[in-house]
Write a protein that binds this ligand. Structure first.
Ligand SMILES: Cc1cc2nc3c(=O)[nH]c(=O)nc-3n(C[C@H](O)[C@H](O)[C@H](O)COP(=O)(O)O)c2cc1C
Length: 205
């Protein structure tokens, strides 16, 4: 992947949404249809932090990781985010920043790769959870894939609960062609895409 030198610092994450964890758990639903309107960098900052933000010494994150090896790699596919050009950005938990890895709006291509699912093309942004399994495989062998799949679930649920607290809609999309998504994103050879999380504004009930 040819990573450009564009680094976008993200706004500091907040810790005062006013929504309790119980309210978020009770309200979480898969949302596949979104209201029109852009997301903001502050909203994306909060979602990415919830999924994989650094929260402690030694690189500890919001989600548990087998052996603290942190194999997950998060990408933000920006389509309609105020202050962020359409493109693909890698989330850097240490710096809480985005590194641009590709230009242009990739949502339509990703929707096709996800069996034409409309929610992928219609979302203002898509968070992609990918993984580089090399360290986890080196330590855990055949159990590595199980551990990584569990970690994806942790990160995704964190993001969904944060989305509820921000009054946003989000959904898991696991049905996609791996190679086509990897190509649409320009993922490095060692990384595999494991889950797409389209995000957008919630429609009024
Ligand atoms: C591993 C996994 C893969 C999923 N893949 C898709 C998908 O490709 N497209 C989709 O619309 N929903 C997908 N979903 C969402 C489920 O359809 C949804 O969670 C289920 O219908 C229950 O609804 P709820 O999330 O609103 O409680 C997926 C969920 C999981 C856990």
């Amino acid at each position: 992947m040819s990573e450009t030198l564009v680094v976008v610092p993200l706004p500091e994450p907040r810790s005062d949404s006013g929504t309790s964890i119980e309210q978020a758990l009770e309200s979480r639903r898969s949302i596949r249809e979104f209201a029109p309107g852009p997301l903001t960098l502050a909203l994306m900052s909060q979602l990415l932090w919830a999924a994989q933000g650094e929260t402690g010494a030694g690189g500890a994150r919001t989600a548990p990781s087998a052996g603290a090896l942190h194999p997950l790699r998060l990408y933000l596919v920006s389509g309609d985010v105020t202050g962020l050009e359409p493109g693909v950005y890698r989330y850097d938990p240490r710096r809480h920043a985005l590194h641009k890895t590709a230009d242009g709006d990739r949502r339509a291509e990703m929707s096709i790769a996800a069996l034409q699912q409309e929610c992928v093309g219609a979302a203002a942004a898509i968070v992609v959870i990918a993984a580089d399994d090399r360290h986890t495989v080196a330590r855990y062998g055949r159990r590595a894939q199980r551990y990584i799949d569990i970690e994806v679930g942790h990160a995704a649920q964190n993001l969904h609960l944060q989305a509820v607290a921000l009054n946003l809609g989000s959904v898991d999309v696991g049905a996609f062609d791996d190679a086509e998504i990897a190509s649409a994103l320009g993922l490095p050879e060692a990384e595999r895409p494991l889950l797409l999380l389209p995000v957008g504004r919630k429609r009024k009930p």
